[in-house]
Design a protein around this ligand. Sequence first.
Ligand SMILES: NC(=O)c1ccc[n+]([C@@H]2O[C@H](COP(=O)([O-])OP(=O)(O)OC[C@H]3O[C@@H](n4cnc5c(N)ncnc54)[C@H](O)[C@@H]3O)[C@@H](O)[C@H]2O)c1
Length: 360
Amino acid sequence: MELQVGLGARSYPILIEGGILDRVGAYLAAHPAGARYGVISDETVAGYYGERLLAGLAEAGIAAELVTFPAGEAQKHLGTVERLARELVRRGFDRRDALIALGGGVPGDVTGFLAGIYLRGVPFVQVPTTLLAQVDSSVGGKTGVDLPEGKNLVGAFYQPRRVLCDLAVLTTLPREELIAGMAEVVKHGVILDADFFAFVEAELPAILNRDTGALTEVVRASCAAKAAVVEADETEAGRRAVLNFGHTLGHAFETLTGYSGPVHGQAVAMGMVAAARLARAMGLCDVALVERLCGLLERIGLPTEPPPLNPERVLEVLAHDKKVRRGRLVMVLPRAIGSVEIRDDVDTELIREVLRPRTG
Ligand SMILES: NC(=O)c1ccc[n+]([C@@H]2O[C@H](COP(=O)([O-])OP(=O)(O)OC[C@H]3O[C@@H](n4cnc5c(N)ncnc54)[C@H](O)[C@@H]3O)[C@@H](O)[C@H]2O)c1
């Protein structure tokens, strides 16, 4: 299955297939992105799939070398980018060469950023291996790393040349990572595609059992939704902000709870429900939408109630959010499943209200 992200001269295909990892070599031999490839991965993913990818590349007559870093969000910082860049220089990678990001969103974001700045830019290919990376982070060209002051504060828009999604690699993904990725899947349904939301509701058992057919549709529909938004607004001047549904409050929850709190997907789930409750309080949607959203998230195994935080601290973090425009907090609120609005007039009193612990 093949989709396109249409960005003029920088357009690229997304291939979604079980077993494509073993065909990356043949594919890149037919559609090269560089003379030689630096495969960047985390140690966990490299342990599962690094040698297999290298073997396929070698079989196709393509020179490639694997460079790894320890797994986890804590490694997504400038020090890792510098270390990898110096390793590539040491190994003689030049401007004719290209990078391959093999892994989840962390290797994807790090490699994309590195590709954007290494020798002022070399091409890169995404081979995403988590559900989150396949349905979200590998598409759209947002790359970057974290600072101690906050997540994703340094980065660049830099599009990959190709995205190659192998559904078979999801079989080794820990279940909690699969569930975390489902938050972004639900998000795509709410913001753009009511039929897809209904598909996820109907096919949830098959999806969580990693049925290839069900996962193909999950990745296809999510990538199609994301590609449509990115094509309309590559650098988030306007409409791309819809992808932040659930993320404004979700990021605040993550910031305030640190590593001891909800993981990203859980925080996004809590943030989506809180945004839906805000929309309901503002009369944008009915209570049935909130209940339907909560029902699906609960079946997936994602939380729907906000963490027990002082609402004043959440409001403080929101005031420093990247999504504040001219002093006004921008939030994405649902009108119906498949349709959202970008609003900058949410009353802070209502935010306090939805953050209050619910009784009964
Ligand atoms: N660029 C974007 O548009 C965008 C969008 C959403 C999220 N993100 C970023 O993505 C990151 C989160 O991505 P993630 O959840 O994929 O995290 P991750 O890359 O850290 O992967 C999660 C864990 O799963 C392991 N793993 C990956 N693939 C595996 C496989 N097939 N089998 C077994 N284990 C595997 C990894 O080693 C890691 O321990 C965050 O940094 C977030 O900011 C970026």
